[in-house]
Design a protein around this ligand. Structure first.
Ligand code: TXA
Ligand code: MG
Length: 322
C-alpha cells in the first residue's frame, strides 16, 4: 500500500529512506510532480518505467542538490554549462551533457548523454539533501497523460506502484523544466518549459531549437500531455468550431483568455491570454478536471508564444495531436 505524507521532517526522512531502499517516491518540484528513484540502482530505475508505462527509449532526468553533484555525473563541463548553472540553478532548467561513467545506461535510454537538473522547490531540495543520491525523476503521470501539478493527479495515475507520495500542494510553475542540450558549440533547446528562451539567450546568446523528432530528445517524439477529451487549438476566436461541435450534442468546453469575457457553464479561463504564467500554472490541472467533468471536446484559443506562453502552446499542440 502506498502512503500520502506531509513533507515535514518525518515525511521527508521516510521518503529519503524509501529512495535509498530502491523504492519509488512522488515529490513536488517547482515545475510538476516527479516520480523519483535512486538513479544509480538499475532495479529501481526499472520500477519507474513499469509504473509509468514509459517506453524504454525515453531517457530520464537526474535530480541532484547542487552543481557540484551534477558535475560528477558528467564527463565534460563546458563553459555554457557553468554559465547556465550559475544563472538558473536551482530552477526549472535541465542540462543535457556528456554522460559520466557512473550513470547507468538504463537512465539515459542507452544514450551517451545525461539530463541533469537542480530543482528549487524546498521539499525537493530537502529530499535530495537527505537522500544524498542522484534521483531519476520523470513527471509523475502515466506515460502520455498530462503532467501532475497536484498530488492527487499523481495518485490517480500511479496508485500503489509508488511507495510514498509527498504532498506539497499545487506546483508553482505548472509546466516542466526547459531542456537544453550542450553537446556541441551551440546550445539547443530540446523542450520548451518553465525557463523562457529569452532568459537563456540573455546568458549564452542565440540558441537553436531542436526539431520535435530530434534524435537527441527521444521523449519529445512520444505522445504527450493528452487528456481523454479531444483537444482542438484555434488561432483567434473559436466560437464557430465550438458551435459546430456542440451541434452534435457532445459536451464541449471552451477555454480562452479572460479578456474574451466568455460566460456559461462550459467556459473556462486560466487568466488573460497575455499572462502565460497563469496559463502554465492552470493548464494540466484544467485538462484533467475537464476529463472528470465528462467533456469529449476541449476547444482552446491560442495565446501568444512569448516567455512561458511558448511552453504552454507547445503542450497544447501536443495534447491536440492524436
Ligand atoms: O520539470 C521537469 O523536468 C520534471 C520534474 C519532475 O523535474 N521532469 C520531467 O521529466 O519532465 P520527463 O521524464 O517527463 O521529461 C524528461 C525530458 C524528456 O523529453 C526526455 O526525452 C528528455 O527530458 N531527456 C532526458 N534525458 C535526455 C538526454 N540524455 N538527451 C535528450 N533528452 C533527454
Ligand atoms: Mg513527462
Amino acid at each position: 500500500m502506498s502512503e500520502v505524507l506531509k513533507p515535514d521532517r518525518k515525511g521527508i526522512a521516510a521518503a529519503a529512506r524509501a529512495l535509498r531502499d530502491g523504492r519509488l517516491v512522488v515529490f513536488p518540484t517547482e515545475t510538476v510532480y516527479g516520480v523519483g528513484a535512486n538513479a544509480l540502482d538499475e532495479v529501481a530505475l526499472k520500477r519507474i518505467f513499469a509504473a509509468k508505462g514509459r517506453p524504454a527509449d525515453n531517457p530520464l532526468i537526474l535530480h541532484v542538490s547542487d552543481t557540484a553533484a551534477a558535475r560528477k555525473l558528467t564527463s565534460a563541463w563546458p563553459e555554457h554549462a557553468e554559465r547556465l548553472a550559475r544563472a538558473f540553478w536551482p530552477g526549472p532548467l535541465t542540462l543535457v551533457l556528456p554522460r559520466g561513467p557512473d550513470v547507468p545506461l538504463l537512465a539515459t535510454a542507452g544514450l551517451e548523454s545525461v539530463a541533469l537538473r537542480v530543482p528549487s522547490h524546498g521539499v525537493a531540495r530537502m529530499l535530495l539533501a537527505t537522500a544524498g543520491i542522484p534521483v531519476a525523476a520523470p513527471s509523475a503521470n502515466r506515460s502520455g497523460r498530462p503532467s501532475p501539478t497536484r498530488v492527487m493527479d499523481a495518485v490517480a495515475d500511479l496508485g500503489d506502484a509508488v511507495d510514498i507520495y509527498l504532498d506539497g500542494g499545487q506546483t508553482d510553475l505548472g509546466v516542466e523544466s526547459t531542456v537544453v542540450a550542450l553537446l556541441d558549440a551551440e546550445p539547443t533547446i530540446l523542450r520548451q518549459g518553465g525557463l523562457s528562451r529569452e532568459a537563456i539567450e540573455a546568458v549564452v546568446g542565440p540558441v537553436r531549437t531542436g526539431a520535435h523528432d530530434d534524435a537527441r530528445s527521444p521523449g519529445t517524439r512520444h505522445k504527450h500531455y493528452a487528456p481523454r477529451a479531444h483537444v482542438h487549438v484555434v488561432n483567434g476566436p473559436a466560437d464557430v468550431l465550438v458551435a459546430k461541435l456542440r451541434a452534435t450534442g457532445a459536451p464541449v468546453a471552451h477555454v480562452a483568455g479572460s479578456e474574451r469575457g466568455l460566460t456559461g457553464p462550459d467556459a473556462r479561463s486560466p487568466g488573460p491570454s497575455d499572462d502565460g504564467a497563469a496559463w502554465a500554472r492552470a493548464l494540466f490541472s484544467l485538462l484533467r478536471d475537464l476529463d472528470h467533468q465528462g467533456y469529449q471536446d476541449v476547444v482552446v484559443e491560442a495565446i501568444p508564444e512569448t516567455g512561458i506562453g511558448a511552453a504552454v502552446m507547445d503542450r497544447l499542440r501536443r495534447a491536440a495531436e492524436r
